[in-house]
Design a protein around this ligand. Structure first.
Ligand SMILES: Nc1ncnc2c1ncn2[C@@H]1O[C@H](COP(=O)(O)OP(=O)(O)OP(=O)(O)O)[C@@H](O)[C@H]1O
Length: 369
């Protein structure tokens, strides 16, 4: 699958854009703040129906404007596909495939799989468990259409349960009501838990391989899935903690407390890893994710590599490029502020490529093969 052409109007710093891509490698060079990441984010948006960075859709509308439009023209399994996304202030977001509007955005997510590697991934190391749960949700939703719905339903039931715990803690407490919620809550919790567990297990298998490929094979890396449901079935868990939750006035156990621990040589990478090791780990994690989606979905995701070379030594940069440019990856988009570094990289690449200069959110094709 590859993106042939992207058009954008009023997307973040981009006023107007119409750009045709190489079906293998696309490089973007420009100084800080010139719009490189915004362009990658537009590609991400067309796949995931949301920005990889901005928390609300309205934040991506160009300052001073009241709408944005994106259009992507793809070739997917030999078939041309056009995706339209538009948002006007005060109105809903519209997504269309070949001119027909989607009723549910969840039906689109995963149709054009995407993996983005960016400096923001650092949040997976530094951020709270919520970041890592969001990460799991983002990947699994690309290969499983009903997963997001299950998470949404779980969260709705959880909110109801929490509001009951708050309301009833000082007055009469209705066990019947809570137990009725818990039956459904436990069902969703079990399904979500088994999907997350299967995902992490498959990721672990390939994570080390990619870490070795980029690092040259030095440290041992792993990933551990933490969940209350690892040891206790959901129904038992909610039942056993009901008194505690009543005192706390919120639900203290469940998959909303799941987390991932990123490990290097058996220790959390957050405490032990150098910046370069952390970066290498995160790249390996994302490439493992690429592998996972490719295998399960049967389509190679678009690979967006935003500013990934910073903090990596030259050996790692070269191994990484050799791998993504010449191995089993599909179309890739690479941004960098350093022109020489990218030119060096392209000199080693045997496939076709396009090289763009980015200045003030204008994209100029300067070289292609
Ligand atoms: N909604 C918006 N409207 C207008 N400009 C925006 C909007 N959102 C972000 N920007 C601008 O986009 C610019 C950042 O662009 P971007 O992140 O794409 O830069 P970059 O070329 O990737 O830089 P770097 O090399 O530093 O990563 C900032 O100047 C920011 O003010």
């Amino acid at each position: 699958m590859y993106l042939k052409r992207l058009t954008a109007i009023n997307f973040k710093s981009i006023n107007q854009l119409d750009i045709e891509f190489d079906n293998k490698i696309n490089c973007f060079v420009g100084n800080n703040g010139q719009g490189k990441t915004n362009m990658l984010d537009a590609i991400y948006f067309l796949s995931m129906c949301k920005s990889s960075l901005s928390s609300t859709d309205l934040q991506v509308i160009r300052h001073g404007q009241d709408f944005f439009v994106l259009q992507g023209f793809y070739s997917r399994q030999g078939v041309d596909e056009s995706i339209y996304c538009g948002l006007k202030q005060g109105e809903g977001k519209i997504f269309k495939r070949n001119g027909k509007a989607y009723e549910r955005l969840a039906d689109h997510i995963g149709f054009l799989p995407v993996v983005m590697v960016s400096p923001a991934d650092n949040e997976l190391v530094e951020g709270s468990g919520e970041e890592r749960r969001k990460y799991m949700n983002g990947v699994i939703s690309q290969i499983d259409h009903i997963y997001l719905d299950e998470v949404l339903r779980y969260n709705r039931l959880l909110a109801q349960r929490n509001s009951l715990l708050k309301t009833y803690s000082r007055t009469a407490f209705s066990y019947d009501l809570i137990e009725a919620i818990d039956i459904q809550l436990a069902e969703y919790a079990s399904v979500i838990h088994s999907k997350r567990k299967a995902f992490v297990e498959q990721l672990i298998e390939i994570l080390q391989e990619y870490y070795n490929k980029v690092s040259g094979g030095q440290e041992k890396v792993s990933l551990s899935y933490k969940s209350h449901l690892n040891d206790t079935p959901a129904e038992t868990l909610f039942r056993e903690n009901i008194e505690k939750d009543r005192v706390l006035q919120y639900t203290s156990v469940g998959i909303h407390r799941d987390d991932l621990t990123l490990l290097i040589d058996g220790y959390p990478i957050r405490n032990e890893g150098s910046q370069g090791q952390q970066k290498t780990y995160l790249i390996a994690l994302k490439l493992a994710q690429f592998d996972f989606i490719s295998k399960v979905a049967g389509i190679k995701p678009l690979l967006l590599l935003d500013d990934i070379f910073d903090k990596l030594d030259t050996g790692r940069v070269h191994r990484l490029i050799d791998m993504v440019a010449n191995d089993g990856f599909g179309q890739i988009f690479i941004t960098d502020t350093n022109k020489n570094r990218l030119e060096e990289v392209l000199a080693k690449v045997t496939s076709g490529y396009r090289f763009f200069r980015v200045d003030n959110s204008e994209f100029e094709l300067v070289e292609s093969r």
